[in-house]
Write a protein that binds this ligand. Structure first.
Ligand SMILES: [Zn+2]
Ligand SMILES: [Zn+2]
Length: 505
């Protein structure tokens, strides 16, 4: 690429076909290099945070240090916890036992997909076997596709460590499961995962044989559709014609078909548009099919140096220093010494609330950036925690006044929120309030942000947290604040902050 560029040809239009291919290949090598850097950084972070944790008994109420790093990576890179866990695992492997693969990735000799294949195939093999598989892989990886590479090194692994491979398989089938997820075309996939191979093929072959029979009898549907319909009918418990039943029950005992299960696709048709919900940005987000779409794109990560961005990577309508027309704070509100919020809140209902939340978010972010710019890096986490704690304290009276209205006390007596309060909080946040989490709030715990007593049971101190992020919050190096009803701030162990709004309508 450098040669092409130094030849004065800085437009792709000017390059020959051959040069274009060279540029593509060079860019791919650079991508591999960048991915190796990304993994090396994650590995270093993981090493630092897990170094002193191994001592002592694990406490299952609290997320482990490794999982805490995973969550920090997830939030910082805006990926799911699963993706982040894969990255952390790869990072540790490619800087540890598979360091040669890591080096080859950094040198652009293979890409991330191939590095993952090597990592997958060597997973849980004895050290000696893993090393030999790795060497064999690296010999030919640059000239093989992922498919070719996988086939070849699987054979080698099978020859070198058959028992380990068998054990790995047994381990995987222990995690067998039925999965459901929504697709982009508005349909839903249903899959049986991690069955024993012979079992899965036996089922598939039988259904195929039955489908062929139906087809031969003159059915005009494509074979694929017949297979899918047949499988669906079986799972629905529909009575099938005798001839088909005979094919299906030929060789094996039939287990009882599962009873028709109510499809509980998360969030489908759930209406969260409560009229009291503040609108935070003009940006409206369609949630097609619900469940699998990251609706937690409501968060504003505390970027250490960049702009304020939504977690979905799209610009939100307010930016630092940008008087956005959609939800800009009232003139001067952010520059006052006092908090901008209470003044707007007491005026009237929804709209000023929206303005207030947006202005408040803006103001908090501005203050935290100010702190960030002025403290020593080693003091950052502490300084950010303290700053948010201070802000939380400053709003205490205003929160009290806003929630209480004419009532005697702030909040509801007792630990348990009322059904109405639960509905309100679940409507306010459709998902767990961790920035990248997609767990529907009706499947979450309703967490007291400040633990009950001194924390109160009130809309300004309750938020949905899935079990995992509930455990994350129990860690002392993570902090969660709710500075206004529905407006939460996470402060991570490294001192990054994420502001989570109520869902937009
Ligand atoms: Zn309250
Ligand atoms: Zn969660």
């Amino acid at each position: 690429m450098a040669i092409c560029l130094s030849g004065g040809k800085n437009r792709l239009d000017d390059l020959t076909d051959d040069e274009l291919l060279q540029v593509a290949a060079a860019a791919r090598r650079q991508t591999s290099w960048a991915q190796a850097r990304e993994l090396a950084a994650i590995a270093e972070l993981t090493r630092r945070h897990t170094a002193d944790e191994d001592a002592g008994d694990p406490d299952y109420r609290i997320l482990s240090a490794r999982e805490s790093v995973t969550e920090e990576v997830a939030a910082a890179l805006t990926v799911t916890s699963n993706t982040a866990a894969t990255l952390v695992h790869l990072a540790e492997q490619l800087t540890g036992p598979l360091a040669e693969t890591g080096d080859a990735l950094g040198a652009g000799q293979l890409d991330m997909a191939k590095a993952r294949v090597i990592c997958d195939v060597t997973d849980r093999l004895p050290e000696e076997a893993a090393g030999r598989v790795q060497r064999a892989a690296l010999e030919k990886a640059s000239g093989q596709t992922t498919g070719q590479l996988r086939r070849r090194i699987r054979r080698i692994a099978q020859r070198l460590a058959p028992e380990a491979i068998e054990e790995r398989k047994r381990e995987a089938t222990r995690l067998r499961r039925l999965e459901v997820w929504d697709t982009s075309s508005g349909t839903t996939d249903l899959a049986l995962c991690d069955l024993a191979t012979e079992d899965a093929h036996a089922i598939y072959n039988k259904i195929t044989a039955a489908a062929h029979g139906i087809k031969t009898d003159g059915d005009t549907r494509p074979l694929n559709a017949i297979r899918a319909d047949l499988a669906a009918q079986l799972l629905h418990g529909v009575e099938l014609p005798d001839a088909i039943r005979t094919v299906l029950t030929q060789t094996r005992d039939d287990t009882d078909p599962a009873p028709p299960e109510e499809d509980e696709s998360p969030a489908i048709g759930r209406d969260c548009a409560s009229p009291s919900l503040p609108v935070l940005h003009g940006h409206t987000e369609a949630v097609p099919g619900g469940g699998s779409v990251p609706s937690s794109a409501v968060a504003v990560p505390g970027q250490r140096s960049g702009n304020v961005r939504g977690l979905d990577g799209e610009a939100v309508t307010y930016r630092n220093g940008d008087p956005s027309p959609a939800c800009s704070p009232q003139p001067g509100s952010g520059t006052d010494a006092g908090p901008p919020f209470p003044g707007t809140r007491t005026e009237s209902g929804g709209t000023s609330d929206d303005l207030g939340i947006a202005a408040l978010t803006d103001e908090v972010d501005r203050r935290l950036r100010h702190v960030h710019a002025r403290v020593q890096p080693c003091e950052l986490p502490h300084a950010i925690r303290q700053a948010v704690q201070r802000i939380h304290g400053q709003f205490s009276d205003a929160r009290d006044a806003a929630c209480r209205g004419g009532d005697e006390v702030h909040g509801r007596p007792g630990y348990r929120p009322s059904a109405a309060m639960r509905r309100e909080v679940e409507a306010r946040h459709q998902t767990c309030v961790f920035p990248t989490c997609n767990q529907p709030s009706h499947r979450c715990d309703l967490d007291h942000t400040v633990p009950w007593r001194p924390g109160i049971t009130c809309r300004c101190n309750l938020a949905p947290l899935c079990r995992r992020h509930h455990r994350l919050k129990q860690r002392t190096d993570w902090r969660l604040f709710q500075i206004w009803a529905g407006l939460l701030i996470w402060v991570t162990p490294s001192g990054a902050w994420y502001i989570v709004h109520p869902d937009r309508q």
